[in-house]
Structure formats: C-alpha cells, structure tokens
Design a protein around this ligand. Structure first.
Ligand SMILES: [Zn+2]
Length: 430
C-alpha cells in the first residue's frame, strides 16, 4: 500500500468513528404487560416486558430488564398480543347487503370519493387493533388500494400494513355490474379477462401497477343439492391454470373466491393458494387443501350479517349457507386445515366490529387461543410474513396491541382494543 492510500484509509476511519459517535441510540420503549400472548405458543406469560427498539421488538419475556432512558408504558393490568391481521378486507367498499347497495357505490360515487372513505376505513381498522390487512380487491375502484397503501407507508395517513390485490379478475358477464341495458356502458366491479392470453395479460397489468396478490372469482350461482353447496365455476381449467401459473411466475400468490363445491374444486385444481369463503368445503376438498398447503379464509360473520337482507331481497340460499359454513368450519378445525382470519370487512360496513369474527370462530369450534393464532401467526404465514409479523418475538416489527380483560376467557375482549402500537409508534393509548 502506498503512503497516499494509508492516509486515505486513516481519514476514512476517522470519519467513520465520528459518524458512529453522532449516531443516536434508537428510541427504546418498554411495554410492561400484565399478561402476554405471543401469537405462537400456547403459554401465557405473566408480568412480561416487550422491549422495542426503533420499529422492531428487541426482547420479550418476564425477565427482560428495562434499560435506562427507555420510555415505559404501563400495561400491567392488560393483556398484550401481536397486532391483529385480517386477510380478507375491502377498504374501498362500505357494505353491500343487496345488489343496489353495491351498484350505488360504483354508479354514484367517484373513485376519489371512495378513496377518501377508504382512508377512514384504514384508520378505523388500525385503531381497532388491525396492524396488517390483505385487501382483496377494490370493487371497481381500479388501483386506489395501491395509493392508500403508499400514503400509509409514507406516513401521510394512519393505517395497517396493506397487502393489496388491486382489481381482481372474472370472465365477461360473471361479476357485477350486470342487468343493465346493453345500450349502457356501466362500470365493472373487477377487471374482465377472458381466455388464456387475456388472463395472463391482466395478471401482468395488475402486477405492473402494484398488486401484491392476485384475486379472482372462481364461482357464482350458488345452490344446494343433496345437502351440499354447489356452484358454477367461472373459468375453464385452462384459463384458471394460466391465471394462477402467470401469477406464481411473477412471484404473486393467488386468492380464489370460491363458495360452492365446483368453484373450490376448480380453484384447487388450478393451484390457488387461498380459498376465500369456501362455505361448501367438504372433507374430501379439505384433504386436497391440506395436501396442497392451501389456506382457508372462512369469513363467517359476513355470511351471517348479509343473510337476512339477501334472503329478503330474493336469495334465501344465503340463510342455508350460514348452516353449511358452520358445519364446514367445525370439520376443518378437527382435520387441521390451515384457517386464517379473514372478515370481508367492507362487505359489511366498517362501523361494525372487525373482531366479531373471532367470537364466531370460537362458537363454531375453535379455542380462543386457536382463534387468536389464526389472526396472528397463521395469518402472517399466509402472507409469507412470519419473520416480520404475527408474533411477539425478537426481530419482528413492534406491532403490539393490548386489551383490559382476558381474551382467552372471552375472545370478544378483542372487540375492545385499548392500546395499539405499529412499527414502534404508539397510535392508541389506554
Ligand atoms: Zn370479499
């Protein structure tokens, strides 16, 4: 090494050490939790500390020392849990019990107006303890979900971490708006795509504009036959396989709306990663799901919520589907199907509690701990985010919530979240 080089190295080293001296210690926050459910283990820790440094969890447990200078938050009378994850939402929808509710939003509200409402939905969700959501299509609002996600990530508005599906896909004539005069051009609730080339191009376009997930509608026209829920599959096997194959090739997983047997079978044959609603699941289809590692997002509450209104509007099948879903859920829990929390919030108004689903899951056969894990660690695994989200462990994002009571005694306690931290920032205090 020449003397000149040595000088440069010495200079560089002194600059580095000066920088190191100026780098402030990241902000530390210590949450003192009376009880702690970590989202993964069955055990409940007493008098535990969650030590947060910057946006991540540094240490968790009963024996963790609180460093000098750390801000201490006393949650000693509360139960701490990981932030909740909802893997089926529609922030750009404000309830659609009937077709008229749905059509009104697409025909009478502009996308900017709907997006303003979506920002309120995102805020509501976060304040209720949902720190991450997979938003499964904008229902005619194009790519506005990508914009809401960007605004949240840049700190412009408060909201959960969003994983967005943008426009979703269905073939011509198989998704609203339908029933209007052929002389009118009305908005579509999805991106219409037909044929192998058509679905491939649509997937590419959605990925280009920011889709984290691809969603498509595998079926419609639900009916009961021989005690089972059936449906009409929307896509041919060739189209469905091309849609899923192209998504996977571009590194995106696929969510399939599938209610009845034919729709679920078609989606699983194509290799869809998650089955949405899936009320018509039977044991044979559950075995296929387990073999393929597919997840089920059951969305039980929304089915019960819309049933009366849709029956009154001339579709009594929705009342039958409530019973069918309850049976399927119990069977799936016993068989060990991977069940992720998903509510379809937006399919019912955002003023309803997004945590209501938990009580239904417990009533239908889960333990409160199973229901909590479905909304934390299992939901994070569906998103391939298990190293960042869904559990209170060192290295994970500091997404932490707290409730006053014991959610293992009454899971509805999670409808009254009192403390919310997202990425180390406290957004709601008791
Ligand atoms: Zn939905």
């Amino acid at each position: 090494m020449s003397p000149g080089n040595a000088m440069v190295v010495a200079l560089a080293a002194s600059v580095l050490s000066a920088q190191a001296a100026e780098t402030p210690t990241p902000r530390q926050v210590a949450l003192r939790c009376g009880r702690l459910i970590d989202g993964k283990s069955q055990a409940v820790a007493e008098n535990a500390v969650v030590l947060v440094e910057g946006d991540r969890i540094k240490q968790v447990g009963p024996g963790v020392a609180v460093p000098a200078g750390a801000e201490v938050v006393d949650l000693g009378r509360s139960t701490c849990l990981p932030g909740l994850i909802d893997n089926h939402t529609h922030i750009l929808l404000q309830g659609d019990i009937t077709a008229a509710d749905y059509d009104d939003q697409l025909l009478k509200q502009s996308i900017p107006y709907r997006t303003i409402q979506a920002t309120m939905a995102a805020r509501t969700a976060l304040m209720n303890g949902f720190t991450a959501m997979r938003d499964l299509e904008t229902e005619g609002a194009m790519y506005a979900d990508v914009d809401v996600k960007t605004a949240i990530n840049r700190g412009v508005i408060p909201g959960p971490r969003l994983f967005v599906a943008t426009r979703a896909l269905a073939p011509t004539g198989m998704y609203p708006l339908t029933g209007y005069s052929w002389e009118l051009r009305v908005p579509e609730g999805v991106q219409i795509a037909d044929g192998v080339d058509g679905v491939r191009r649509a997937v590419r376009e959605q990925v280009k504009y920011g889709a984290d997930w691809i969603k498509y509608y595998s079926d419609r026209r639900y009916f009961m036959r021989d005690g089972a829920l059936h449906s009409w599959a929307n896509y041919s096997d060739e189209e469905a396989a091309a849609l899923v194959g192209e998504s996977h090739r571009l590194g995106r997983k696929v969510a399939a709306h599938a209610m009845g047997r034919e729709g679920i079978e078609s989606a699983l044959r194509a290799g869809a990663d998650t089955i949405e609603h899936g009320y018509g699941l039977d044991e044979q289809l559950m075995d296929v799901m387990i073999r393929q590692g597919a997840y089920w997002c059951p969305t039980i509450f929304v089915g019960a919520y819309v049933a009366e209104g849709r029956a009154a509007a001339g579709a009594p099948i929705w009342k039958t589907m409530v019973d069918v879903a309850r049976q399927a859920f119990g069977q799936a829990v016993r068989k060990g199907v991977k069940i992720s929390y998903g509510t379809d919030a937006g399919g019912y108004p955002w003023t309803e509690s997004q945590a209501r689903e938990l009580s239904y899951m417990v009533r239908y056969g889960m333990t409160p701990m199973q229901a909590i894990q479905s909304a934390t660690s299992v939901a994070a695994a569906l998103l391939d985010q298990q190293d960042s989200l869904g559990s209170l462990e060192p290295g994970r994002f500091a997404d932490v919530i707290a409730v006053a009571g014991d959610p293992l005694r009454d899971v509805a306690e999670l409808e009254r979240v009192r403390f919310v931290m997202k990425g180390g920032e406290i957004v709601k205090r008791p």
